[in-house]
Write a protein that binds this ligand. Sequence first.
Ligand SMILES: Cc1cc2nc3c(=O)[nH]c(=O)nc-3n(C[C@H](O)[C@H](O)[C@H](O)COP(=O)(O)O)c2cc1C
Length: 168
Amino acid sequence: MTALQIPDPSSCFRQAMRRLAATVCVVTCADEDSWHGMTATAVTSVCTQPPAVLVCVNTATAFHARLSASGTFCINLLKSSHVQVSQGFAGDLKGIERFERGNWRLARRLPYLVDAQANLFCKTASVVHFGTHGIFIGCIEHVRLAEDTAPLVYQDGHYVTTSQLAGS
Ligand SMILES: Cc1cc2nc3c(=O)[nH]c(=O)nc-3n(C[C@H](O)[C@H](O)[C@H](O)COP(=O)(O)O)c2cc1C
C-alpha cells in the first residue's frame, strides 16, 4: 500500500515560484573603488506616485553589503540576447570581471548596460529586512528606454524568450 504523501509546503512554494515567469535584470551600484552587480528577477514596480521599484536581495550575497552602502542603484532590464551577461552576474564571474560581458558605461555614478531594454536609475528610499532578504525600495531618478523590447525571461529554471512562453 502506498502511503499518502503530504507535500512539503516549502517545496510546493518553490515549485509554484518557478512558474512565476520574470524578466531577468542586473542590478548595479558603485563605490569609489569599484562597480558591483548581481542578477535578479525579484524586481517589482511599487507605485507611480512617486515612481518606485523594489528589488529583493539575499543577505548572503556579496552584493547585499555593497547595495546597503551605496544609496543609489540601477536596474538593467535584460534582452533575450543577454543570457551570458545574466550568467556572469549570477555567479559565473566574480567582482569587476562581471562587467567584461556586455557594453557597460557610467552615468549618474552608476554602471548601466547600454543595450538593455531599459535602465532605471534609483535612489534608495527604504530598506525592509524580511527572512533571508533585504527589500530595497528605490525612487526612480532617471530612465533610459531602448526602442525595441525583447525581454530575457526566467521560468522554471530556464531562460526563455517571450515567443517560447506557453500559450504564445
Ligand atoms: C535568473 C536568476 C535570478 C536571480 N534572482 C535573484 C534575486 O532576485 N535576488 C537574489 O538575491 N539573488 C538572485 N539570484 C542569485 C544571484 O544572482 C547570485 O546569488 C549571485 O551570484 C550573487 O552574487 P554575489 O554573491 O557575488 O553578490 C538570481 C540568479 C539567477 C540565475
